[in-house]
Design a protein. Structure first.
Length: 369
């Protein structure tokens, strides 16, 4: 009966809206990020794009458009798309958007449950779990994915840490309430870091497990992961909230009808990568997009658009993505990369013999030659 299984309300008519739904430029710049990293890593001959929780498929569609425009660059590379999606409703919507509905269920013995060919001619596969995605050189994308995973909440008390639990309110039938666990729970013993200084903490163990899997895969097979989400670097406390019809909604009322979300703790994700990969970020969305050249892209689009309505729409969507008061500051970008992408393996011995590594796009200032 979960929210995403039944409806999953992304978009104007839903419960919340995401950056790719606001502007195509967002997805285009992310597509360019992947190509830039692929080139920096020596243009491997296979390129799996793996998206976790792809929503309506808008972001993948924008990325595929960039891949098509840069087809000459990718010509010797075997590109495929792998979507990790548990919701039957959303995978149908993605199939229509990306393939025009031309998909078929996979045979029982295959790890994907559905497959098709994108409108641009690239094979697409659907899976229920990241473990089902075949190993190999892969670029991972998690946009507003981690914030939707379940969390544990903890409160520091005079008697030590207690878990915040959900209970039925004895005063009001059909009403839920938050309570503190009377004693320690297994979660309080396992999920609180010993050096924790906050009094209220949210931990998402599932996010930790997924990051460990991503880090292991990148360490073994190469590639990179880009995470974009609401979040903080281990500083915030109580961020659990609900959205319905684009308005804040009490998380305990009418369960299953609202989108529930909690800010991603990037310091926790960094710890969970356990040094298997290097990590970059989190940096604010407006900095990342600026470093990716959003201002140049906007200028080109404005020059090429004849009518006032389109120009106004472009400026409005730019403001939504970049304004610190809107999405510019509350969204962050975070990346997992192989260590050798940032440090030459033999740099220590002969510092002058190696050409410098190209900077990682988005996380470094854009310098125009």
């Amino acid at each position: 009966q979960g929210y995403y299984t039944r409806r999953g309300g992304v978009g104007e008519s839903g419960d919340f809206i995401t950056s790719p739904e606001i502007s195509q430029v967002f997805g285009e710049l992310i597509g360019i990020w992947y190509i830039s990293e692929w080139m920096a890593m020596g243009k491997p001959t296979t390129f799996q794009l793996v998206e976790l929780g792809p929503g309506r498929g808008t972001l993948t569609e924008d990325i595929l458009r960039v891949f098509k425009q840069l087809a000459s660059v990718l010509s010797k590379c075997d590109v495929s798309v792998h979507l990790v999606e548990v919701s039957p409703k959303l995978s149908e919507i993605q199939a229509v958007m990306l393939t025009g509905g031309k998909v078929q269920p996979s045979p029982e013995d295959e790890s994907a449950y559905m497959k098709g060919i994108s409108k641009t001619g690239i094979p697409i596969f659907w899976y229920r779990d990241i473990q089902d995605v075949p190993p190999g050189y892969s670029f991972y994308l998690a946009h507003e994915f981690f914030d939707a995973l379940p969390i544990h909440k903890f409160q520091r008390t005079e008697k030590g840490w207690r878990e915040v639990l959900v209970d039925i309110d004895p005063e009001v039938p059909d009403q839920l309430r938050f309570v503190l666990s009377p004693s320690r729970t297994p979660a309080t013993q396992n999920f609180i870091q010993p050096e924790e200084t906050r009094d209220h903490v949210e931990v998402c163990p599932e996010a930790g497990v997924i990051v460990q899997r991503l880090a292991s895969r990148i360490e073994k097979d190469g590639g990179a992961a880009l995470v974009a989400d609401y979040g903080h670097d281990g500083t915030k406390t109580d961020t659990f909230r609900g959205f319905r019809n684009h308005k804040l909604h009490d998380v305990l009322s009418a369960p299953g009808t609202a989108d529930l979300t909690a800010d991603v703790d990037f310091s926790y994700l960094r710890k969970m990568a356990q040094g298997k990969t290097a990590t970059l970020g989190p940096i604010k969305q407006r900095e990342f997009l600026k470093n990716m050249g959003i201002d140049l892209r906007l200028q080109v689009l404005l020059q090429n658009s004849g009518d006032t309505a389109t120009r106004e729409q472009l400026l409005h969507s730019y403001d939504m993505l970049m304004n610190p008061e809107k999405m510019g500051d509350c969204f962050n970008f975070f990346a997992l990369l192989p260590h050798h992408r940032l440090v030459h393996p033999d740099k220590k011995d002969k510092p002058e013999s190696k050409s410098p590594l190209p900077p990682v796009a988005g996380f470094n200032e854009l310098l125009l030659k």
